[in-house]
Design a protein. Structure first.
Length: 295
């Protein structure tokens, strides 16, 4: 099994970045990821203003990975087999969030052991790891790893986790998959600006689906209990509209629902959940329970 070390970092999704490794469809690979600060916050001595300000070298991704045989208009099916978090992480907020209430930037180091985030002497948070940033190379432009888009990118979606199948579009030969920004835990919306940011080892199996579903505009996810569409835009309600629209079209195209019926049904049983309100575009997901696909 190939291992891609975290030293091979990038800060853009771009067809101009040469691949680090080639894999065959169906191959499993281990990817080591760096934390969102590029490893700058590792000890109490690092909690100083110059390291807490937003840096152009933040949110690195490891890669890219070239998937042999992947061509434009194909789809990568990325099964997340395992996420092993480092024993240390951090979280922080900057003064742009609620500036009238919080007047300073603040950071907090945390330890991770026994599958718990040790937030404080009184608070323990179960580890619920997710891959915050994962995507393919866009066709025409280089997109910062800080941004989400139709290629995936910095979605901060809690459903991009162990056991999930993530479907990403292929825009350029090989797809050029890259990932990073693992969170040991994060609530919906990532409100303070970051999750529990950690280094990690991620094990993925990457399959290639020939062709692209006509109705698939944004990334799709399949979990044990739901199918999920993810979309990013501003304002927040526009991202919500795009995520629900893609779900309605998915239900029509692949699950036999008439479009109007699908709209009525998702309104009653699907959940619209905010992934993040931090990045240049906000991200929302629509979760449709699989139980209703069987009726």
């Amino acid at each position: 099994m190939k291992t891609l070390p975290r030293e091979r970092l990038q800060y853009v999704f771009s067809k101009e970045v040469p691949p680090i490794v080639h894999i065959d469809p169906g191959e499993t690979i281990v990817v080591e990821t760096e934390d969102a600060s590029s490893g700058r916050i590792r000890s109490p001595a690092d909690i100083v203003p110059e390291k807490l300000t937003r840096s152009p070298y933040g949110n690195p991704v490891t890669g890219p990975i070239y998937v042999n045989g992947a061509e434009p208009e194909d789809t990568l099916w990325v099964k997340i087999e395992d996420i092993q978090c480092d024993e240390q992480g951090y979280t922080l907020f900057r003064d742009y969030r609620l500036p009238g209430l919080i007047k300073e930037t603040r950071a907090k180091l945390v330890s991770i052991r026994d599958n718990m985030v040790i937030f404080s002497d009184r608070v323990r948070i179960p580890v619920r790891p997710l891959i915050g940033t994962i995507g393919t190379a866009p066709l025409y432009e280089a997109v910062s790893s800080l941004k989400p888009g139709t290629h995936g990118g910095n979605m901060d979606c809690p459903d991009v986790t162990v056991g999930s199948l993530l479907m990403l579009p292929v825009y350029v030969p090989g797809g050029l998959l890259a990932l990073g920004d693992v969170h040991a835990a994060q609530g919906d919306a990532e409100f303070c600006g970051v999750g529990i940011e950690v280094r990690a080892r991620v094990r993925l199996t990457v399959n290639l689906h020939q062709g692209h579903p006509p109705a698939m505009t944004w990334p799709r996810i399949e979990t044990e209990d739901a199918i999920v569409t993810v979309a990013s835009d501003k304002p927040l309600e526009k991202a919500l509209e795009l995520a629900f629209q893609d779900m309605i079209l998915w239900l029509e195209e692949e699950h036999g629902f008439e479009r109007g019926e699908a709209l009525l049904l998702v309104t009653q049983v699907a959940d619209g959940r905010v992934c993040q309100v931090v990045n240049p575009l906000f991200t929302v997901r629509c979760r449709f329970p699989k139980a209703y696909l069987k009726i």
